[in-house]
Design a protein around this ligand. Structure first.
Ligand code: FAD
Length: 466
């Protein structure tokens, strides 16, 4: 029987990063994955394929809507070849997951294919034609999550679909109904909106992207409406039915009136649930909460002391980079180090266009905590860079402590916000004040100048270009 210092169950961004860090620290490491390809949700059916389709659809939209204005004439019609677009996405995925095989090899990590199941706290059985058993001093559970559903919806995965099917449709929906106005629904909704679908979003709460700062939600709603999204907030979906190729969704609005939506596809994007099926976790004393998450302490250690859990399967934001940080954290903890993660500084991003990105506290959280703060905002449209590319929507907002000027939160919506948020993370990691950022030189012309201007606005209303 093969014996390891660490076995990692699940090869998503949490699991494969944990395995690499364990190997770097000199531990004999194995990784177990039940699917044929490594990389988990993120690389196979999440972050990477969704961004590939967002990029392709963005190019198409630019060609149709903006090329002429830029002085680029294209003879003949511009058409979408969906089959080719999906095939390109798949080749991006294939290359990326292939890269994980390379990394496992390079770091001498043994890869096992099959469902990993605890036999006892130090032995794992791996399913397959001939089940294998391995021994591990420590195990890291990184089994991720799956799309959730509402109890009354029958996901036929043909027309009533999850994000996984939305990444490989064979036709462009005429009318896509999206249940859930969170990140995944809006990103995939925008892909098909750009390709020509009518898109209707139905959200239960009173705003889209409800966990982000309300200012971002308001601006994104405005921009998406300009892009002809139908957005219905405060609507409670009651039923989803199929009649041939038609999907009928019934919901109650705020006043209790029943509203009927008819489309040809319905994307159910109401969040994700932690995944622990087949793990046999309880049998080795690993507690699973009512919400299906694996219970962990501040060291990400489960109730069994040599078993850790990370990523989507534990509490916290369901984000690839959060899972990665936790993977490194647990590897270093097992190696006897004392790592640290500041969860307040894990950025959140929505890859619509304009992009939405944030780090730190929202205004709502600061108000609730009774923290006195000041605000500095700057609109993207006031930047030369924005006018050059005609990306005029959005703003950067900096929230800073009223007395100390320390930056407490940065919220932005605009072109390339997903990349720009890194500056805010660095500033907050070093506990910068708004004035510190306002005194840093930002290259001109760049979108990042909006960060400097917002910092100037937060420190005595000193924005220069407003
Ligand atoms: P996962 O990536 O879910 O990996 C878990 C792996 O464990 C899977 O491969 C599974 O097969 C395997 N597994 C489960 N049980 C067993 C078992 N018993 N034995 C063996 N293997 C097992 N996040 C971002 O940060 N940015 C984005 O842009 C982004 N976009 C997304 C877009 C979509 C459409 C979706 C669905 C998600 C997106 N996410 C994004 C979320 C991101 O994918 C997850 O947060 C991330 O993948 C979680 O990583 P993980 O390692 O915890 O689990």
């Amino acid at each position: 029987m093969n014996s390891y210092d660490v076995a990692v169950i699940g090869s998503g961004p949490g699991g494969y990063v944990a395995a690499i860090r364990c190997a770097q620290l000199g531990m004999k490491t194995a990784i177990i994955e039940k699917y044929a390809t490594l990389g988990g949700t993120c690389l196979n059916v999440g972050c990477i394929p969704s961004k590939a389709l967002l990029d392709s659809s963005h190019h198409y939209e630019d060609a149709v809507k903006h090329f002429e204005e830029h002085g680029i004439d294209i003879p003949g019609d511009i058409k979408v070849n969906l089959e080719k677009m999906i095939a390109r996405k798949q080749s991006v995925v294939d290359q990326t997951v292939g890269g994980i095989d390379f990394l496992m090899n390079k770091n001498k990590i043994d890869v096992y294919r099959g469902v990993g199941s605890f036999k006892d706290a130090t032995h794992i059985t791996i399913s397959g034609e001939k089940p294998i058993e391995i021994e591990a001093k420590n195990t890291i559970i990184a089994t991720g999550s799956k799309p959730s559903n509402l109890p009354f919806i029958n996901l036929d995965k043909e027309r009533v679909i999850t994000s996984t099917e939305a990444l490989k449709l064979k036709e462009i929906p005429k009318h896509l109904i999206v249940i859930g106005g969170g990140v995944i629904g809006l990103e995939l909704g925008q892909v098909y909106r750009r390709l020509g679908s009518e898109v209707t979003v139905i959200e239960y709460l009173d705003r889209i992207i409800p966990t982000m700062d309300a200012g971002l939600s308001k601006e994104l709603t405005k921009v998406l409406k300009k892009q002809k999204f139908n957005i219905n907030v405060s609507h409670k979906v009651k039923s989803v039915a199929r009649k041939g190729n038609e999907v009928i969704v019934k919901a109650d609005d705020k006043k209790g009136n029943e509203i009927e939506f008819k489309g040809d596809y319905c994307l159910v994007s109401v969040g994700r649930r932690p995944y622990t099926d087949g793990l046999n976790a309880e049998a080795v004393g690993v507690n699973v909460t009512d919400r299906g998450q694996i219970e962990v302490n501040d060291h990400l250690q489960t109730s069994a002391k040599n078993i850790y859990a990370i990523g989507d399967v534990v509490k916290g934001a369901m984000l690839a980079h959060k899972a990665e940080e936790e993977g490194v954290f647990v590897a270093e903890t097992i190696a006897g180090q004392k790592p640290h993660i500041d969860y307040n500084l894990i950025p959140g991003v929505v890859y619509t266009w304009p992009e939405v990105a944030a780090v730190g506290k929202t205004e709502e959280q600061l108000k609730e905590a009774g923290v006195e703060y000041k605000t500095g905002s700057f609109p993207m449209r006031a930047l030369g860079r924005s006018r050059a590319s005609m990306d005029l929507d959005g703003f950067v907002k900096i929230l800073a402590d009223k007395t100390t000027d320390e930056i407490l939160g940065v919220h932005m919506i605009g072109a390339r916000a997903a990349d720009m948020i890194a500056e805010a993370v660095v500033a907050m990691e070093y506990r910068a004040s708004a004035e510190d950022v306002s005194r840093m030189s930002h290259a001109h012309p760049t979108f990042t100048e909006a960060i400097k201007e917002a910092a100037l606005a937060a420190t005595g209303d000193r924005a220069l270009h407003m």
